[in-house]
Design a binder for this molecule. Structure first.
Ligand code: NBP
Length: 479
């Protein structure tokens, strides 16, 4: 019997489309789904004329694969992954390759990589982005884990990945949970980008009084410039969509954002790493606040007011400001995301290829956008700037956008419209570029109530001082 190059477990949205992508690119595969009816439906719809074999059990799937066996799990993260690994293990041999392509938590992947390595199994955690279409026609793939697996699986996954300028959006990212970590950051950035766009839409509609078609026209025009990106592109489409009664569909959609956890993981990781990931964290908080719909309705009745609109003559000026604000805040978001990855790389001993990560996200994924190539250029500089905001290109871009950004945030604040991501990005920027900030006061307060000591600008950095603030005001130098 001809053996398959890869076995896929899970024929949900992503598994089915990756299977079709692999098959289209000439890889013979075997498929298994827990619910057999889904497998039958898949084969009925797509099996004709394709080199796809059906397995009726995990044991059967393993028996259909060449050596070393390559198995891709495309199931819901968490207990399902755990259960399938357990069920597969009795049938696997040392050297076999198990790939988890779901949105697993990177620490779970790290643990599974270690546990399976002890049994001689090469475990790979591979972030997959691009949704249904990406999976079918070219996703962005972020593999990491057992490096020994990479030579075997590289060709297969680089072939089915999205391609830009002849480069596949699929590169090896490092051992352990590196691949799923980078996917987690990707999803965090996605949260931030979506929140920024939502805030800009809200300001366009409620502070500027734009029609949905006018808003769509703006996003479509912006997509032809610096802001060119998948999310800006689909926002134009979304704003044009009409309901059955001819009214904009978006106005009938409940304003409660769902979430599956990757944004929270990113924010939690940033807190653990002491990295100021303010924009993505605000985006997560905004989704949490949106979920309190009934409480917000009551608060609106008690505290709310209808925002006033800017005069029509000022619309064009404010639209330019919103464009610049969206662009500058996105730069801050990516700056923070890369800061977090740099910190995590040091902590976990990963040699994350930051420039390549930017390239991986240029196509096939939800956050694909024009300036990712400029991020790659920044990481190619010698020396690499301490952060993207200190890169000559991005520093000039953000300075150019600064005046409009401030106008947009003042528009939101002045009209009582929440724009937490746009404004927290500006606060980060102002804090970051401030040579002497406000923390001297915090250090003085800490020393005053808790004798926590402080360092002085005019003495050596190693010396610590305590002032008897509530006593005679004298200063003591501590050993
Ligand atoms: P779906 O919900 O479409 O499919 C889930 C699959 O998991 C089904 O095949 C289901 O089998 C299987 N499964 C479950 Br649930 N529990 C199982 C168990 N205990 N044993 C065996 N199989 C089990 O998910 P999807 O959208 O294809 O997503 C798959 C993974 O990819 C997830 O981790 C997701 O977060 C990630 N992801 C999704 C997207 C996206 O845009 N959808 C993008 C990127 C990554 P059944 O048919 O028997 O229930």
């Amino acid at each position: 019997m001809t053996q398959s190059a890869i076995g896929i477990v899970g024929l949900g949205v992503m598994g089915a489309n990756l299977a079709l992508n692999l098959s289209h690119k000439g890889f013979r595969l075997s498929v298994y789904n827990r619910t057999a009816a889904l497998t039958s439906a898949f084969m009925h719809a797509h099996g004709q004329g394709r080199a796809i074999a059906v397995a009726d059990s995990l044991q059967d799937l393993v028996s259909q694969l060449g050596s070393p066996r390559v198995i891709l799990l495309m199931v819901t993260a968490g207990p399902a992954v755990e259960a399938i690994i357990e069920q597969l293990l009795p049938w696997l041999d040392a050297g076999d390759i198990l790939i988890d392509g779901g949105n697993s938590y990177y620490q779970d992947t790290d643990r599974r990589w270690r546990e399976l390595a002890a049994k001689g199994i090469h475990f790979v955690g591979m972030g997959v982005s691009g949704g249904e279409d990406g999976a079918r026609f070219g996703p962005s793939l972020m593999p990491g884990g057992a490096a020994a697996a990479w030579p075997t699986i590289r060709d297969m996954f680089q072939t089915i990945a999205a391609q830009v300028d002849g480069l596949p959006c699929c590169q090896w990212l490092g051992d352990g949970g590196a691949g799923h970590y980078v996917k987690m950051i990707h999803n965090g950035i996605e949260y931030g980008d979506m929140q920024l766009i939502a805030e800009v839409c809200h300001l366009m509609q409620h502070a500027l009084g734009l029609s949905h078609d006018a808003m769509a026209d703006c996003f479509a025009a912006w997509n032809g410039g610096r802001l060119e990106s998948y999310l800006v592109q689909i926002t134009a489409l979304i704003l044009r969509q009409r309901d059955r009664d001819g009214r904009p569909l978006v106005d009938s959609i409940l304003d409660q954002a769902g979430q599956k956890g990757t944004g929270v993981w990113t924010a939690q990781d940033a807190l653990d790493e002491a990295v100021p990931l303010t924009l993505i964290t605000e985006a997560v908080h905004a989704r949490m606040l949106s979920a309190r719909k009934s409480e917000r309705l009551a608060a609106a009745a008690l505290l709310g007011s209808v925002p006033t609109r800017v005069p029509v003559a000022q619309r064009a000026m404010y639209l330019d400001a919103l464009h610049d604000a969206l662009y500058a805040a996105k730069l801050v978001s990516y700056t923070q995301g890369f800061m977090l990855m740099q910190s995590a790389a040091t902590k976990h001993g990963w040699a994350l290829p930051f420039g390549d990560i930017a390239l991986l996200w240029r196509a096939g994924c939800i956050i694909r956008s024009r300036f990712l190539g400029d991020i790659k250029n920044s990481f190619a500089r010698d020396p690499v700037p301490p952060s993207l905001l200190q890169d000559p290109f991005f520093a000039a871009e953000v300075k150019n956008a600064e005046a409009g950004w401030r106008k947009a945030v003042m528009l939101a604040v002045g009209h009582g419209i929440a724009a937490p991501a746009l404004s927290s990005a500006l606060a980060f920027y102002d804090g970051y570029r401030c040579a002497y900030g406000s923390s001297n006061i915090i250090q003085a307060q800490r020393d005053c109530f808790g004798a926590h000591t402080y360092q002085r600008l005019d003495r050596d950095a190693a010396s610590h001082f305590h002032t008897r603030w509530l006593g005679d005001g004298g200063e003591e130098k501590l050993p």
